[in-house]
Write a protein that binds this ligand. Structure first.
Ligand code: BES
Ligand code: MN
Ligand code: ZN
Length: 492
């Protein structure tokens, strides 16, 4: 898809050549900013009862007098925010779908100014509307005809909008990669597959990748990660990505992504219903790969390390059993009371491994707990961090990327449930506050750096009719890194 901005000449949006024109409006009156021909058509649609000036409403018109584009869609945004703009554009695109539209122009009147944020939102909406999974479904619908999208902007916003389109496309490419990985079934997207995808990313400038094998992990003493992998016949991989955009001396941000390519629960076997969705249990890993894709495109001045412990969690004669005690890379011992709480078991060794990079901050991303889905549903990811400043940074990045998170507590009291008779800790607390005890488990491995944890169990994929990976939280992570790079450049 080709995205560009255009400052319309005399006649405004009405005079722009395109196969379709989507006009985002807001407020309860026909916006004064509309060129006359569009204002008249909009008012007629309202008067005829075909278009209500209410959020979510759309109108489809053809052959509007005085408008160059043969198709016009009015779509109403709830307010002037970029988030409302995105929703309104998505509703407009739904009407365009299946038409002969090749070149689309998008204008805003009374809704969000076409600036950086709304330009990024536009790209996200178009990417979302045009994504089709085909990897294992060759019969999927063919791609639509849409080839180019032009955002109509005011002269003053042209540069900002251009930047927004560029960032939006890099983030959309990252989201796309994350979705493509996570949507692939467990027999395709194996640990080996994730390692291959990481190696592909290393073709971009400033990116290097190294893949540790089982033997390497044994040497490192990753007893906890290894215990999860021991029940699987698929070879494990521990993937190390590096993006070097800043001076060697600049401390990197480390992203750690949970890479369980299928989670059966292990000996603590999960019930059968919807177990197929546990192919998405590598959503954290996918988001790290996706974020590196965005870094490859944007080349910001920052150093980033990506760590992906990747394995299946399977039951077998060799699988780890409830009650088994393992020694993590940190030296702390763990009594595995439930083999289905495997995410924390692979992440803890990756967190210990992160120490060697002397990180500026470590953020882990994991489809970690069903309890987080119960707590927050599917809109916001769970954010855990003992550090207020880091938490605020990540929340702001989520808002900016329209990929929101919500902060959860990390009080010491929540750690108490992890006590074990036979080891330094158990791998589960009680049922109550399950997302928090999982975070508290991870916290025990993060004493040497600033740390945050994102539980994306509710946001990494959708179930039901719209089933599929979302690519979240690539937008949040990318904005976090871009803001850090900008702050560094500004000497903050
Ligand atoms: N991958 C799951 C978490 C999950 C479950 C995400 C359902 C999304 C939907 C994780 O490995 C897991 O099984 N967690 C257990 C932990 C429990 C055994 C303490 C859970 O949430 O039930
Ligand atoms: Mn599990
Ligand atoms: Zn899992």
């Amino acid at each position: 898809m080709d995205f560009k901005t255009l400052v319309p000449g005399a006649g405004g949006a009405a005079a722009v050549a395109a196969d379709a024109l989507v006009v985002v409006v807001a407020g309860d009156a026909v916006p004064a900013a509309l060129p006359k021909a569009l204002a008249t058509a909009c008012q007629q649609a309202v008067d005829a009862g075909d278009f209500e000036l209410k959020a979510g409403r759309t109108a489809w018109l053809t052959g509007v007098a005085g408008v160059k584009a043969p198709r016009v869609v009015f779509t109403h945004a709830a307010d002037a925010s970029a988030a409302a703009f995105r929703k309104a554009v998505a509703a407009g695109l739904a009407l365009i779908k299946g038409t002969g539209t090749v070149q689309l122009a998008v204008a805003s009147a009374g809704a969000a100014e076409p600036d950086a944020a709304s330009a990024e939102a536009l790209v996200a909406a178009v990417a979302e509307a045009t994504y089709i999974y085909r990897a294992t479904k060759p019969s999927a619908a063919p791609a639509g005809k849409l080839k180019g999208v032009t955002l109509l902007v005011g002269k003053a916003q042209a540069d900002a909008a251009e930047t927004g389109l560029k960032q939006g496309q890099a983030i959309a490419a990252g989201v796309h990669l994350a979705r493509e990985c996570a949507n692939r079934p467990g027999n395709v997207c194996t640990p080996t597959y994730l390692a291959q995808e990481a190696k592909k990313l290393a073709k971009a400038p400033r990116i290097k990748v190294e893949v540790l094998e089982r033997k390497d992990c044994e040497k490192l003493g990753m007893g906890s990660f290894l215990s999860v992998a021991q029940g699987s016949d698929e070879p494990l991989k521990f993937i190390v990505l590096r993006y070097s955009g800043a001076a060697k001396t600049a401390a990197p941000v480390v992203l750690v992504g949970k890479g369980i390519t299928f989670d059966t629960g292990g000996i603590s076997l999960k019930p059968g219903a919807e177990m197929d969705e546990m192919k998405y249990d590598m959503g954290g890993a996918a988001s790290v790969l996706g974020t590196f894709k965005a870094l490859a495109d944007l080349q910001p001045a920052i150093n980033v390390v990506g760590l992906i412990p990747a394995t299946e969690n399977m039951p077998s004669g060799k699988a780890v059993k409830p009650g088994d005690v393992v020694t993590s890379m940190s030296g702390q011992t763990i009594e595995i009371l439930n083999t289905d709480a495997e995410g924390r078991l692979i992440l803890c060794d990756a967190l210990t491994y992160a120490e060697r990079f002397k990180p500026a901050a470590v953020v882990d991303i994991a489809t970690l707990t069903g309890a987080c889905v119960i707590a927050l549903g599917h809109h916001r990811s769970g954010l855990f961090s003992p550090d207020d400043a880091l938490a605020a940074e990540l929340l702001a990045a989520g808002d900016k990327g329209q990929d929101p998170a919500w902060r959860m507590p990390t009080d010491a009291e929540y750690d108490e449930g992890l006590k074990s008779h036979y080891a330094d800790m158990a791998n589960i607390g009680g049922r109550a506050g399950g997302a928090i005890t999982a975070a508290m488990f991870l916290k025990r491995y993060t004493g040497k750096f600033l740390w945050a944890h994102l539980d994306i169990a509710g946001t990494a994929w959708k179930s039901g009719a719209a089933k599929g990976a979302t690519g979240r939280p690539v937008p949040l992570l990318t904005h976090f890194l871009l803001s850090r790079a900008a702050a560094r450049a500004a000497g903050r």
